[in-house]
Design a protein around this ligand. Structure first.
Ligand code: HEM
Length: 191
């Protein structure tokens, strides 16, 4: 029962892909919308995992932290649907994604699946300090892909609003992490 955020992530991904097909016409537009929508629904899920510990540290909800593993796996689920949509979109277009997207996006997926498959006590024990390093680098990198994607949209015609909304959420979350980090540092080295 405590795994529900993971299944909710899958449901959100599948629902988003379905909406891409329901709201658009023509197979190319449908896969393209499904690709966009699946990335969009995953974003708040990732952000919840990103701010779970800092929010608990600055005295907000501890609930998110207790559920963080399953929220992270929820993001892995919804973003797996994004990956399937990407595959069929480019198959339909008869193209391959730009090399930069393949490299940076591919690295993000490698980190995402490395994190997902090590999200258990056995792997935590086996990896020791490396577990924390992997998960810390991974979540910051995934945040970075979203942040740069939405930041870039602010400067694209017709995409300004989604860029502003997405970038505000991404940088708001980063500000929460920064606040928690400063608090931790102050505790370690009191002035
Ligand atoms: C090889 C890997 C990837 C490929 C080829 C890829 C491809 C795509 C494509 C084709 C779109 C639709 C673009 C458009 O029509 O405007 C898209 C949207 C998007 N993708 Fe991916 N993607 C990859 C990985 C990722 C990853 C790992 C993330 C995040 C961690 C991500 C986040 C996004 C975002 C934020 C959008 C825009 C969603 C929106 O419109 O709000 N993508 N991606």
């Amino acid at each position: 029962m405590h795994r529900w955020p993971m299944w909710l992530g899958l449901l959100l991904g599948l629902g988003a892909a379905y909406m891409g097909f329901a709201l658009h016409q023509g197979i190319e537009d449908q896969w393209s919308a499904a690709t966009r929508y699946t990335a969009r629904v995953g974003f708040p899920v990732l952000i919840l995992a990103y701010v779970a510990r800092p929010l608990a540290e600055i005295g907000w909800s501890k609930w998110l932290l207790a559920k963080r593993r399953w929220i992270g796996l929820g993001f892995a689920m919804s973003h797996s649907v994004h990956l399937v949509c990407i595959f069929y979109l480019f198959q339909t277009l008869g193209e391959t994604p730009p090399a930069v997207t393949l490299i940076f996006g591919g690295l993000a997926y490698a980190l995402l699946y490395a994190m997902a498959f090590t999200s258990n006590r056995g792997a935590m024990k086996a990896l020791g300090a490396r577990w924390k390093t992997l998960h810390r680098i991974g979540i910051h990198y995934l945040w970075f892909i979203f942040a740069q994607s939405y930041l870039g949209r602010i400067f694209q015609d017709g995409k300004i609003e989604e860029g502003i909304i997405g970038a505000t959420i991404a940088f708001g979350a980063a500000a929460i992490r920064f606040m928690a980090w400063r608090r931790r540092r102050r505790k370690v080295a009191p002035a």
